[in-house]
Design a protein around this ligand. Structure first.
Ligand code: AHR
Length: 327
């Protein structure tokens, strides 16, 4: 999703935030004036290192000391229905605000409409919703997936001036960030006639599944694959295992580029297993706190708050970043 620098609040959302403001200022949002602001966090739950870092950072930010009571509701086995049920419970409970990291991009209209009717602001953490109806939520906080994956394509184009045969390991179908990462990659690679797209397949963010998928890809292409774009670190590391088991050398025979920037990926960049890592910064609890406070104060928020991220294109850049790495 492109950053969209217009103030977002349509009538429904403005009314929503004004009501939330009135409720909180009178201290009635969740009882007395000194009561904490109650937040329902409809989360993804165990999914990998990135998710762990992101959700821990949110929980470490919205503490009781900061004036919040955060109710953490991770999905059951990444199941959207468990998220929809948790969302409904928070609406029924009358929390002051809901944070949502959606396991699936679609299927949220009814939930979001119910929150709007109950005058409960919803802020999206990381994952977007599709269709992207910006009247159904106050804002979305995330690094820019399109720009992050375009940075991988830019690196690939500069690294392979004569082109390469490449394969893309995707996250789960239907997840907003997967569609955005495909957009950013395809936008640049579509014009690269010297590159050959050998295809793409979901490995569901999983190292084990990515190893299995890429083993098959290597075999079916007689190992004639020079580049892998893995849409997260875990899948890139799985592809590297497949490369080694095929008797090839990651970083030499097959270059692997990933998204996230976890410690494991940066260590793999140092040792040459990975060749490029585009950070997708998970640590934006402070920005989320500002957005939540602004929303409850009735301020106008942009529909998208872009979280800055960087890239790592060499062992030296990874080595320099590792000592201070927080995830
Ligand atoms: O939505 C962000 C993605 O979800 C991360 O890139 C991936 O590691 C996580 O599972």
């Amino acid at each position: 999703m492109r950053p969209n620098r217009r103030t977002v609040l349509g009538l429904s959302a403005a009314g929503l935030v004004a009501t939330a403001l009135a409720a909180c200022s009178s201290g009635s949002a969740s009882g007395g004036a000194d009561d904490p602001v109650t937040i329902g966090f409809v989360a993804v739950g165990p999914e990998g290192a990135w998710r762990q870092a992101n959700e821990q950072n949110i929980q470490d930010t919205f503490t009781e000391d900061a004036g919040f009571s955060l109710k953490f509701a991770p999905a059951t086995n990444l199941d959207q229905k468990s998220q929809i049920d948790a969302f409904a419970s928070f609406v029924d409970e009358g929390v002051d605000l809901i944070l949502l990291s959606a396991t699936e991009g679609s299927g949220w209209e009814e939930s979001l409409n119910r929150a709007q009717e109950a005058e409960i602001p919803v802020l999206l953490i990381d994952r977007g919703i599709e269709p992207d109806d910006q009247d159904l939520y106050v804002t979305r906080l995330a690094p820019n997936n399109v720009a992050v994956s375009s940075s991988v394509a830019e690196w690939a184009i500069s690294t392979f001036p004569d082109g390469a045969n490449y394969f893309v390991l995707e996250g789960p179908a239907g997840v907003s960030v997967v569609n955005e990462r495909n957009e950013g990659w395809n936008e640049l690679m579509a014009d690269q006639s010297d590159f050959t797209d050998l295809g793409s397949q979901s490995a569901n963010w999983s190292t084990e599944e990515a190893k299995s998928v890429f083993e098959t890809v290597l075999k079916s292409n007689n190992n004639d694959v020079q580049l892998v774009f893995a849409q997260n670190d875990e899948m890139g590391l799985g592809a590297a295992q497949a490369v080694e088991e095929a008797g090839l050398t990651p970083g030499e025979d097959v270059k692997i580029a990933t998204i996230d920037g976890t410690e494991a990926a940066l260590n793999a960049l140092v040792d040459g297993t990975l060749s490029f890592v585009a950070e997708y910064n998970p640590l934006f609890g402070e920005q989320a706190l500002e957005a939540v406070n602004a929303a409850l104060e009735g301020e106008t928020l942009d529909p998208y708050i872009e979280i800055e991220s960087t890239t790592f294109d060499s062992p030296e850049s990874a080595e320099e970043a590792l000592p201070d790495r927080k995830y």
